[in-house]
Design a protein around this ligand. Structure first.
Ligand code: IPM
Ligand code: MG
Length: 364
């Protein structure tokens, strides 16, 4: 198969983790006889620096004409004072929209080898295997009107949280379909006691669930869900929620499983899937070579699975990651007391080695 991809390394630690993810991609393609065609383009702060546009036209063109997009991270404090449309994040939000990627899948799995990494007691964190299904193109992120208006001192800021029935229904279907391949439990998270958006959300999700009689659907307010997520994370299966709640809960889930650096994501639903680690650009550690590349590497697994239906290849990447963790290989964010931590590059190399070794042993 030809894997025709656009790579968007982006900002901060994005290029460092993406480089390792691409190494893993090469190794897995090589081992399974797939051809790679990669083109690298700019997004975010990197693109602002180059052409004063967080999402240049040639980046969009490359993305829409490839089969999938692998992204590192977007965001840089250098542009904190820019107007909204000239911030790095505007590039990320726009590429999600251009690709029609309304469904953001964020798995949070506690690797058995990392039970001691969770800030929660091992008996609480053990068995955590959550899939957050975050709506990605609606809500306050994209709602109009949005503005800051008036003279300094008496300015007023406005954002609009907005959801249509069609938007809610399509993301609910994604969550239910995925839950059918898991434990068949969906928790829909909202704030229906306060927000109209959430009341419509709850109604449409409930109605849509009627097409899935085998699914057990529950609803929970977001504040309460945040508490449950640290009290009994192992009881969660699929979490279905709107854009901003999903943003917040997915970082929290990263904390539960030991590090945000481990979390991968897939943004699907449109013609071209977008794959990115959940962590941001982490400017404080950028360039130091210590970032955890596993979120980016696991995003490669999601890419193989969701954009190319290459289940065995995806599993090979995930198995390689689990195996290096089992061997005790740790980047700084997941190193325990007295454990030596390896660099971003070393972690990537170890995953590649593990992949290759496994392929050799199956061939032999
Ligand atoms: C994420 C990030 C982005 C988001 C930012 C960088 C715009 O936090 O992917 O979770 O809020 O969606
Ligand atoms: Mg976020």
């Amino acid at each position: 198969m030809l894997l025709d991809l656009t790579i968007l390394p982006g900002d901060g630690i994005g290029p460092e983790v993406t480089a390792q993810a691409v190494e893993v991609l090469r190794a897995v393609a090589d081992a399974h006889g797939h051809a790679l065609k990669l083109q690298t383009k700019k997004i975010g702060g990197a693109a602002l620096e180059a052409v004063n546009d967080p999402l240049p036209t040639d980046t969009i063109e490359a993305c829409v004409s490839s089969s999938a997009v692998l992204l590192g991270a977007v965001g840089s404090p250098a542009f904190d004072h820019n107007p909204g449309h000239l911030r790095p994040e505007a590039g990320l939000l726009r590429i999600r929209r251009e690709l029609g990627a309304f469904a953001n899948l964020r798995p949070a799995v506690l690797f058995p080898a990392l039970e001691d990494c969770s800030p929660l007691r091992p008996e609480i964190a053990r068995g955590t295997d959550i899939l957050i299904v975050r709506e990605l193109l609606g809500g306050a992120y994209f709602g109009e009107p949005r503005s800051i208006e008036g003279p300094t001192g008496s300015r007023v800021a406005t954002n609009t949280m907005r959801y249509s029935e069609a938007e809610i229904q399509r993301i609910a279907r994604v969550a239910f379909d995925l839950a059918m391949k898991r434990k068949k439990n969906v928790l829909s998270v909202d704030k229906a006691n306060v927000l109209e958006c959430s009341r419509l959300w709850r109604e449409v999700v409930t109605r849509t669930s009627k097409d899935y009689p085998q699914i057990t659907l529950a609803h929970q307010y977001v504040d309460s869900a945040a508490m449950s997520l640290v009290q009994h994370p192992a009881q969660f299966d699929v979490v279905l929620t709107e854009n901003m709640f999903g943003d917040i809960l997915s970082d929290q889930a990263g904390g539960v499983v030991g590090s945000l650096g481990l979390l991968a994501s897939a943004s699907i639903g449109g013609p071209v899937g977008l794959y990115e680690p959940v962590h941001g650009s982490a400017p404080n550690i950028a360039g130091k070579g210590i970032a955890n590349p596993l979120g980016a590497i696991l995003s490669v697994a999601l890419l193989l699975r969701h954009s190319f239906s290459l289940a065995a290849e995806a599993a090979a990447v995930e198995t390689a990651v689990a195996s290096v963790l089992q061997q005790g290989v740790r980047t700084a964010d997941i190193a325990g007391h007295g454990q030596i931590s390896v660099s971003t590059e070393e972690m990537g190399t170890r995953v590649v080695d593990s992949l290759r070794k496994r392929v050799r042993s199956t061939v032999a």
